[in-house]
Design a protein around this ligand. Structure first.
Ligand code: GDP
Length: 388
């Protein structure tokens, strides 16, 4: 590398040339591989700046790739998610989105909607043309089918979003059962990602961990017991609310006081794992409720098994083939589209139905970032050959 003005040698390195349009951004791209010291980078940057080059803004490469049609918006968002991924499951989800799976679904819906809209518009605008008479019935039928698919995609329990943000697991149970000790043990065994998390209150402590590749936010809640103390009651209320909202619960009780397990009855079902802690204090395990996972937060006994069971339960929820909705932005656009489709189905006049179909289509297009009226014209004329 030489300074183009003085001719002075700056570094010994490699320059890679990626001619557009088959580069990452679609433009001509040169990549310099340098010895990464501060002095080398400063000298190269200074020489480049004199050639009117500047540093890229954050996200600028991805933005240019989007503008040049290399990526859709869901893929551009996936680049950010991939860069921020902290666990295997997050990495896989982001990569799948980057490969275009999610955008493909939305584009597919968008294209179907556009076709329906084009058919309806044609029926409205060109009443004298030779159009099939049952067109409106078909548009209504297909709109309803599309609405069903969008609603099914929305009714996903926010799994994709939870996978981005962390899966909530609440530790609940009677006071002194060893909830905090268990949280500490789990956090220490599984590398803690971040701690503490914003929003942590004194009655709910949260720790983010990587549990078998899944991002899990463990919350230690205040002990459950009847209390006359006002502050404790508030803590209890929050603990119950948190446990209720969590995806999974570990109900921890003291194995030497097995009657404490009774409280788990508030959350029946497979999403509450019953954990008998302090098993080191118990000789006779016969009186423990069946199905309780036995652990000792003190000695570490049973913890690998507990982690395995927890991971199994999470994998059951998240190992699915279909790409998941991952962002509130997509959810909002899909909800707007679904509402417009519902209105369209309920409207009397074909003009109103078409207007709502158009709104639904615009909204879907905003997800992937491609919603041009040009497309609509193209489809109308391609499908009906009206321009003849
Ligand atoms: P929490 O109120 O449910 O959060 O319970 P803590 O984690 O504060 O534990 C209550 C007490 O039980 C503490 O003195 C812990 O050291 C003790 N403890 C927690 N887990 C175990 C265990 O597995 N075995 C024994 N022997 N003691 C434990």
């Amino acid at each position: 590398m030489r300074d183009p003005e003085t001719g002075e040698s700056i570094d010994d390195g490699l320059a890679l040339w990626f001619p557009g349009p088959r580069s990452v951004t679609g433009e001509d791209v040169a990549e310099l591989q340098l010895h990464g010291s501060r002095a080398v980078i400063a000298a190269v940057m200074a020489a480049l700046a004199r050639q009117s080059l500047r540093l890229a803004e954050p996200g600028e490469f991805t933005r240019r790739a989007f503008l040049n049609g290399k990526l859709d918006l869901t893929q551009a968002e996936a680049v950010a998610d991939l860069a921020a991924a902290e666990t295997e499951a997050q990495r896989r989800q982001a990569l799948r989105q980057l490969e275009g799976g999610l955008g493909e679904i939305y584009r597919g819906w968008s294209e179907r909607l556009l076709r329906l809209l084009a058919h309806l518009e044609a029926a409205i605008d060109f009443p004298d043309e030779d159009l099939p008479p049952e067109i409106e019935t078909r548009v209504a039928g297909e709109s309803a089918a599309l609405l069903g698919e969008i609603e099914a995609h929305l009714a996903d329990n926010r799994r994709g979003e939870r996978l981005r943000d962390g899966i909530a697991v609440a530790i609940v149970g009677p006071p002194n059962a060893g909830k905090s000790s268990l949280l500490n043990q789990l956090a220490r065994r599984e590398a803690a990602i971040t701690s503490p998390i914003a929003g942590t209150t004194r009655d709910v402590i949260e720790v983010a961990i990587d549990l078998a590749g899944y991002p899990v936010v463990l919350a230690d809640t205040a002990g459950l017991r009847d209390s006359v103390d006002m502050i404790e009651q508030e803590g209890l209320r929050r603990a119950l609310a948190r446990a209720e909202a969590a995806e999974l619960r570990l109900f921890v009780f003291d194995a030497s006081q097995p009657e404490g397990a009774a409280g788990a009855a508030i959350w029946p079902g497979p999403d509450t794992l019953l954990v008998a802690n302090k098993i080191d204090l118990v000789r006779d395990r016969g009186c423990l409720p069946s199905g309780a996972l036995t652990v000792s937060a003190l000695t570490g006994e049973g913890l690998p098994h507990l982690i395995e069971k927890l991971a199994e339960r999470i994998a059951g929820h998240y190992d699915i083939a279909a790409p998941l909705l991952t962002r509130a932005r997509h959810r909002e656009a899909l909800e707007t589209a679904a509402a417009a489709l519902q209105r369209s189905l309920a409207a009397d006049l074909p003009e109103l139905r078409a207007e709502d179909l158009r709104l639904a289509w615009r909204s879907l297009g905003r997800i992937t970032g491609r919603a041009d009226v040009e497309d609509l014209l193209d489809v109308i004329f391609a499908d009906f050959c009206l321009g003849k």
